[in-house]
Design a protein around this ligand. Sequence first.
Ligand code: TNX
Length: 744
Amino acid sequence: MRVRTAASKSAKTRAAVWTAALFLPLAIAHSQGVIIPAPAHHTPLAGAFALSGTTQILVPKADADAAFAAHYLSDLWQLSNHINLSIIEKAPATPGIRFARSDGLPPEGYRLTVHPKSITVEASTGSGLFYGAMSLWQLLPAGASAAAIPAQRIDDAPRFAWRGLMLDSSRHFQSAAFVRSMIDWMARHKLNVLHWHLTDDQGWRVQIRRYPKLTSVGSWRDEHSYGGFYTQAEIKDIVSYAAERYINIVPEIDMPGHATAAIAAYPELGVGTEPLKVTSAWGVYTHLFNLEPSTFTFLDNVLDELMELFPSRYIHIGGDEAVKNEWNASPQIQARARELNIDSAGALQAYFTQRMGAYLKVHGRTLVGWDEILVPGLDKSAVVMSWRGVAGAADAARAGNDTVLSPQPMLYLDHRQSALAGEPPGRLDPSTTRGVYEFEAIDPKLDSAAVRHVLGIQANIWTEHINSEKRVEWMAWPRGTALAEVAWSKERNWPDFAQRLAGMFSRYQSLDLNYADSVFGIESRASAISGGARLTLANTNEAAGLATEIRYGIDRDPDLSTRRYLEPVDVEFGHELRAATFLAGKQVSRIWRQPVDVHTAVRHFSNDLKLCSDNVGLLLEPPDGERPIALDIMNPCWIEPRVNLTHGASIDARVAPLPFRYELVDDIKKVRYGDAKSTFGELEVHPDSCASAPIAVIPIPAPGSSELPRKRLPAMAGEHNLCLRFARPKLDPMWGLEWVEITE
Ligand code: TNX
């Protein structure tokens, strides 16, 4: 027996826990049902409908929308349940599913009635029929080829008209096929706006016939080794694919800032005299479009082609982070400002916004911009997308402008979604699924007139750190699932949502979505025992209040028959602890594994350490693909807490070079470098405070990832927090601490 429990809980506690677990299924039967987003009204009825592979779907004759919804549903069931229902236009003899038009139901709304002898989806619009179908899809448990669907009536309509996700295809490029798959996932969640961030400093991604260099030059970086763009044919195809699924694509051409790729292609658009390259670092650049009439002509021409491609009423012109250094320093811009009688760079941007808004308006379109566009005098027709928190939205709504909330960090899906090991790279400060779920869009201080200006909410997938399509999926779902519920449903109930999410996870699996299971992830701590490690496991705060249980096995996968985790588990060296989270008898996390060896209890990874500061926290992957490193790029420095140095100690560490690819404008002055004494730099160990004299300075032996030679730390009375930081010769690379191990 390799499992020893560290302490024994009383039989009474155990019995209580088990009783709670046994009663759980009853609680589910009384919940709001299974559908995400939760429908507005849900009424259980008597009996059940027996759905199986022979059930037929009846659609009204010549109703293309109904036929599309029916086919979409049947295709989905084919994928998630391996059943193939036939679609017919003549009433069947056997009980079936029926799509029907019903006037008077709200736009996008639907009624779904399950009777023992029939299922009916009714709506007045195509979108309503489609959403009814998406709800019906979820009534069949994933994987089941037949089920008794409880009779019920659902009357549903969305809370918000704008239920959006933003995809950044500039920083990293996704294939057209991936964008279509993303659209499908949005449609399944009744999300209806895809805000497509198509241009930025790091790449121009939309073909413009009139300006071929925007893509031949502007969509490639690093000497043409990274890039891509969407042809107009691909875009048209994606736009109509989205429209069929009731998703409007709002394209964004960012201006006057985030414009480096365009200026690299056509230098005459820029302010400076130096030629620019499409940038391959992240951050905020000072390159802005200039204010020449020819530049406005260029932008108008680009918008002309954009409007041809995107029928959307809303066109996004960015407007964010337009740092005015270049405008302020340029004699031409200043001369132009005098001509226009404009006395500040801020007012120049307002003029710019107004100019573009007027052009869009003439063409029957509405300007959308990030909250920087909200300055006195902004045209009332402009839509303000608040991202620097939520104040921009409240101010816009009060000013009489429509607004969409997409505040960072809550709805910023480039943040990692938990502090668990195993999250892919991203911004460090976690934005959890629960955090998204608990986001409240309506400021209670807004009066009803202002509330009417809140169009809805949106989560943004910025992709600086999301370099693959699989990772886009991981970052998008299930946070997008939580967003969908907040955008659609008025009621909110986290435990109930978490329960329904478990069912959704099965659908994700059956459709091969690389979703994150962080909500139900397992945190662990290890301490040393003789011959092994004692592992303490817990679910994260997100699961607090949910009836989750962790089950585990040693050298075997956990399942309902393996032990439930109730107290720390001792594992001998050479063996592996495997654990997973279960909710109501269903495994809801992937299997977490901890092989136990002499390092398990003593090795601390960057993610487990405290950072010395919190300026620009990122989780970054070293070029050799080792596990991501958590750090503040302004000050890469970690704290190993409470090390007993009474008898001295040994320190081992592994370090990795991380490319420094950040444009920080003036803040770069605050980054320390050039303080190294050896070729590649040194790891410094400071006791108690980073300002103290180092007790060890360990030269880095090689330019790549490496384990440092072991070093002795001198004896000092008592426990000390150790500050670990690097001296480095140059800005790039910066060193990351992968792990540290301190032993007596
Ligand atoms: C700020 S949000 C930006 C983006 C970055 C993002 C990273 C906004 C309107 N501008 O350019 O990608 O932060 O989280």
